[in-house]
Design a protein around this ligand. Structure first.
Ligand code: CO
Length: 151
């Protein structure tokens, strides 16, 4: 039976492993047949030139019924991007064409599909709040999270 101390050391090791993973400059995030991402916050290390964000839809519904995308922008721009995305509709990828408020955006994927985006870390300014969100059918009302810069 493990002692409390051994458990504590194990926990410290797991935390360290998590930190090492962030420094890999790669993040994996998933969604399913509901309006939620697997993460509520993505920590981006300043030491990374860019971060590769792999996005997988683990559900089974097609994009037309439960499609998701992955968009990053300033939190203050989220609502305006969503409003314009609604006008663009599914055929426009639920984003205004060449929307310069959008820092990165993935294609829309359905159940069983995967995609990825490359986030240039230099596009994130210190002291600015950033969000990631899904613009498909106004999912961003609940399907969103925050991006934070970490050392
Ligand atoms: Co969605």
């Amino acid at each position: 039976m493990k002692s409390f101390f051994q458990s504590l050391v194990l926990l410290m090791f797991l935390n360290l492993a998590g930190a090492v993973h962030a420094a890999d400059c790669a993040v994996e995030i998933t969604a399913g047949d509901n309006l939620a991402y697997s993460l509520s916050t993505i920590q981006v290390s300043r030491s990374c030139e860019s971060v590769n964000i792999a996005f997988k839809h683990l559900g089974s519904l097609p994009a037309a019924a439960m499609g998701h995308n992955f968009v990053i922008a300033k939190s203050v721009d989220l609502q305006a991007i969503q409003n314009d995305g609604n006008k663009a509709g599914m055929s426009g990828g639920y984003l205004k064409s060449e929307d310069d408020r959008v820092i990165v955006a993935s294609q829309i994927i359905g159940g069983g599909e995967a995609t990825s985006v490359e986030l240039p870390v230099g596009r994130l300014a210190e002291g600015q709040d950033y969000s990631f969100f899904c613009t498909v059918m106004s999912h961003s009302v609940v399907m969103k999270g925050t991006i934070s810069l970490v050392p």
